[in-house]
Design a protein around this ligand. Structure first.
Ligand code: 5GP
Length: 189
């Protein structure tokens, strides 16, 4: 997706050979117009998939997921990173090791919002080692629902998550795939 690549080049900050900071349009401040274009891309890719729901993870997956959900006309469910008192024991949960925070935490989704008849597109902002995607896949599986695919805004292709998910037979659509962050420069695959 050209507009996304241009934005990454213009406003992305390479923090290390492994981490890209995109706080100015995706992870802190949000560029709604770009999010709308991203939502449209996901909607075009999955318009014939018979989706009933989008599942993402708070907080940075929510903006692109909501835009896709708006265009596809389906609800968006986001996994919470903390157990809320209002979720009680009526939830599916999974443990996710955070790439950026380097700690494990539980994510959970209420059983009220996902069931065996759902056909799900999983959306997240970044794909690195695939831990977040794995946790979301587990939650969809616990619900007995079907995962149609995984939509990623920025995949770091030099990290193993994307390959592992594709090897497991999942459809993974990444709108930008970064092949390297060496020498402070973003290179696309
Ligand atoms: P994974 O679970 O695939 O290892 O990592 C994906 C998660 O870690 C995403 O939900 C995202 O929040 C975070 N993440 C991974 N790599 C990066 C990165 O380079 N930059 C930012 N901002 N977040 C990242």
């Amino acid at each position: 997706m050209k507009a996304l690549q241009d934005k990454i080049i213009k406003d992305g900050k390479v923090l290390s050979t492994e981490v890209l900071k995109v706080d100015s349009f995706l992870n802190h401040q949000i560029d709604p117009e770009l999010m709308q274009q991203i939502g449209q891309e996901f909607a075009d890719l999955y318009k014939d998939a018979g989706l009933t729901k989008i599942v993402t993870i708070e907080s940075s997956g929510i903006a692109p997921a909501v835009m896709a959900g708006l265009i596809l006309g389906i609800p968006v469910v986001f996994a919470r990173k903390r157990k809320s008192v209002t979720l009680t024991d009526n939830f599916y949960s999974a443990e996710v090791y955070s790439f950026t925070k380097q700690v494990s935490s539980d994510i959970s989704v209420s059983k009220d919002f996902l069931n065996k008849d759902d056909v799900v597109l999983i959306i997240d902002d970044f794909l690195a080692n695939g831990e977040a995607a794995k946790g979301l896949l587990s939650i969809v599986e616990q619900a007995g629902a079907t995962t149609s695919g995984i939509g990623i805004v920025i995949e770091k292709g030099f990290q193993p998550g994307g390959q592992a998910l594709r090897d497991q037979g999942h459809r993974v659509n990444s709108l930008a795939i970064i092949s390297s962050l060496e020498n402070g420069k973003v290179q696309f695959a």
